[in-house]
Design a binder for this molecule. Structure first.
Ligand SMILES: Nc1ncnc2c1ncn2[C@@H]1O[C@H](COP(=O)(O)OP(=O)(O)OP(=O)(O)O)[C@@H](O)[C@H]1O
Length: 122
């Protein structure tokens, strides 16, 4: 395959991914809340002048929650597509997927508390 065609395909893939990210933010309520939290903690990061290490941890936590929430949404959509009716197995799959988001969200909240509690109550 010629190099240009490979490049064009990569650029198109980035376009599809950006469209997916926009669709996610526009249509999913849980992602909207998480984006608002991400914006608030980013502002807090500048306000409290957190360290480079704290920025790395914060960015990593935000990316992990948003990324996993996106995958969880994809699992929900696929589940509803393959089985629109009530199905115990689908319920199990959706619960596990939601559980994965919850684990990462709890860890991220703890990271946020470790970073900001000493700065707020110093
Ligand atoms: N087809 C189904 N069969 C069995 N249980 C289901 C089914 N659809 C949903 N559930 C149960 O309801 C829960 C919520 O599912 P749903 O797809 O509404 O996700 P949600 O968390 O409300 O997502 P969102 O608010 O992002 O749409 C699932 O975790 C599962 O326990």
């Amino acid at each position: 395959m010629p190099k240009e065609s490979f490049l064009v395909n990569r650029i198109k893939s980035v376009g599809f991914a950006l469209k997916g990210a926009w669709l996610l933010v526009r249509t999913e309520a849980s992602i909207k809340i998480q984006v608002v939290i991400a914006i608030v903690v980013t502002i807090a990061g500048f306000y409290f002048e957190i360290s480079s290490t704290e920025w790395i941890l914060q960015i990593f936590a935000i990316a992990l929650v948003l990324g996993l929430e996106g995958l969880n949404t994809a699992v929900e959509k696929i589940s509803d597509y393959v089985q629109p009716e009530f199905d115990v197995k689908i319920g199990f799959i959706k619960d596990i997927s939601a559980g994965a988001v919850m684990l990462v969200s709890i860890a991220s909240a703890i990271i946020g508390l470790i970073i900001y509690i000493p700065k707020i109550f110093q």
